[in-house]
Write a protein that binds this ligand. Sequence first.
Ligand code: CA
Ligand code: ZN
Length: 300
Amino acid sequence: MKITKDNVFYSFCGNNEPALTVDAPATVEFETMDCFGNQLRDPDDVMEALDWDRVNPATGPVYVNGAEPGDTLKVTINKITLNEKGTVCCLNDEGTLGGRIEGSHIRVTPVSDGMVHYEASNGMKTDIPIRPMIGVIGVAPADGQDINTGTPGHHGGNMDNTMVGEGATLYFPVAVPGALFGFGDLHAVMGDGEIGVSGLEIPADVEVTIDVIKGGAPEYPVLENKDEISVIVSKETVDEAAQRATELMQELIAARTDLDMPDIVMLMSLVGNLQFCQIVDPEKTVRFVFPKRYIPGLTF
Ligand code: CA
Ligand code: ZN
């Protein structure tokens, strides 16, 4: 099954028309546009010409039969195939250093052989290994809410988390019948924080497997890979996001083990890592990452 980039939405909402309906489990290929709606693909393109109504397209949504509010949508990212070039930008008043930039700037940058081939305006060339990841991914929020694809939250959305790559499994709280899952905004590489408001923004084809777990909806998305489990929290400030992510990881461990509170806190303090996802979107996103090997059997 495949969904093309002709099926995109710009806000996560229970009223969106499904692009595809599937029975779980289902493996689906998504064709995604970059966060600029593929409008900045030529070195001569300029941000001033951007149609901002076409920014942050997410492909989908997929209606998953049997997914009901309170359930958990389980999504495994099987394979990401990147386009051969991507675009990074910076502009005045956007991002952590936006006050120090005049105008807007883009670099259309080739990607080949597992490397991003960056060239600066002074001619300096530097190669960066790719780390493909999905910036925007989520489900519709609870009824009535309409959250644009540039904003993260309980439903996922624009979390810009570098861990959302091949081999990761995400668990989302289903809030409307069918979940209405979708994603877009792929990056060939991005640093934690996304300080300049973009990664190397790039169209991509992505294969995922979607499944439903009855009940157990997490408050915020949970991400698990071979070695780690993490909770991904978005709040108005980094401080609030860090506090809640830490609390939710403690609750996750407490619900799955018979460790007492002091041991959980001490283990989290010894080997748990609080990390920035992004600090430049309307809500800031933080993850608490716990290496699973220190608590045998720990899993979502
Ligand atoms: Ca993004
Ligand atoms: Zn992006």
